[in-house]
Design a protein. Structure first.
Length: 265
C-alpha cells in the first residue's frame, strides 16, 4: 500500500524535516521512519511535501510511505501516534494511488510566518512567533506583497534545492509562481501574519521574503526599492532572513484525482 498522512510537528528541536547524511541531530523524517520500522519491522522511506528547515514547524505537512503491512490507514495513524515523540503527530492517514508522491504530486504549498509586534515579548508564543518590538506598517508590507504575485524569478530570496549539489551540475532555475501573498494584523492584536502560497518555494525563500518585508514595514525600504529587488533577482540586497521559529507549513494542496481534500488552515 501507498499511505499518505497529514503531519503536525513542532520543529524547535529538529534539524529540519529531511534526514541528514552527517547525522547532526534528529530530523522529522528520521523519527517517522524509526516509528514505522518499530511498528511493522520494515525499512520504509518517508517522503514529505515540504523539506522544512531546522526550527521550522508544520501544521499541514503531508508525507507518504510504501508498506507491505496489512494494517489499515486508521490503524497506522493510531500506532504511529502511540510511538512518535510528543512533538510529532499524525492528523490523518489514507491509502492513495501508487503514483501519488507527497512532494512531486503537490499542486501548491502554503506557509505562514507569525510576528509578535509588541514592546514586551510573549513567552507563551515565543516558540512559534518572531518578536519584533519596532513599529511596523502592515499596510505597506501588504502592498509590497502584491509585487510578488505571478510567475517570476525569486532568486533574490532563496536558492534552488539542488543549487549547492555538485552531483547536479548545470543551470538552477529560481522561477516560481506565487499565487497568494499578504501581510495582515489579526484584529487589533500584536500578531502579524505573513501568508504565502506558491506552486513551490526555494530554499529559505519565505524567511528571506519576510526579512525584507520587515524593512518595508519599518520604512527603511521603499516600495519601489522592494519591487526593484524582486525585478533584479539578485541576492545582494539588505534583507536578511527572518529566524526559523516563526515559520509554519500550514497547507499542501493536491489535484482532485488523488482524493486528498484535508488541510489545516
Amino acid at each position: 500500500m501507498n499511505i499518505a498522512c497529514g503531519i503536525e510537528y513542532d520543529g524547535t528541536d529538529y534539524h529540519g524535516f529531511q534526514r541528514q547524511p552527517d547525522d547532526h541531530g534528529p530530523t522529522v523524517q528520521g523519527v517517522l521512519e524509526a516509528a514505522i520500522a518499530r511498528i511493522s519491522g520494515e525499512i520504509s522511506v518517508v517522503h514529505g511535501a515540504g523539506r522544512t528547515d531546522a526550527g521550522v514547524h508544520a501544521s499541514g505537512q503531508v508525507i507518504h510511505f510504501r508498506t507491505n503491512s496489512r494494517l489499515t490507514p486508521q490503524v497506522w495513524m493510531r500506532a504511529l501516534n502511540a510511538v512518535l515523540p510528543a512533538s510529532v503527530a499524525v492528523q490523518w492517514a489514507q491509502e492513495v494511488p501508487e503514483r501519488f508522491h507527497a512532494r512531486f504530486s503537490a499542486a501548491r504549498r502554503s506557509y505562514r510566518y507569525t510576528i509578535w509586534n509588541a514592546i514586551a515579548p510573549t513567552p507563551l508564543l515565543a516558540r512559534y512567533s518572531y518578536h519584533r518590538p519596532q513599529a511596523l506598517d502592515v499596510n505597506l508590507m501588504d502592498e509590497a506583497c502584491q509585487v510578488l504575485l505571478g510567475r517570476k524569478d525569486f532568486g533574490a530570496f532563496g536558492r534552488s534545492p539542488d543549487e549547492t549539489n555538485p552531483q547536479k551540475p548545470g543551470p538552477h532555475h529560481c522561477m516560481r509562481t506565487m499565487l497568494e501573498a499578504r501581510c495582515m494584523r489579526q484584529d487589533t492584536t500584536q500578531l502579524i501574519y505573513c501568508d504565502f502560497t506558491a506552486d513551490a518555494f526555494l530554499t529559505g525563500m519565505v524567511r528571506r521574503l519576510v526579512g525584507t518585508l520587515l524593512l518595508v514595514g519599518q520604512k527603511r525600504l521603499g516600495l519601489d526599492e522592494f519591487a526593484a529587488i524582486v525585478q533584479r533577482a539578485e541576492k545582494t540586497h539588505p534583507g536578511s532572513a527572518a529566524p526559523p521559529h516563526g515559520l509554519c507549513l500550514v497547507r499542501v494542496n493536491y489535484p482532485e484525482e488523488f482524493g486528498i481534500f484535508r488541510s489545516n488552515e
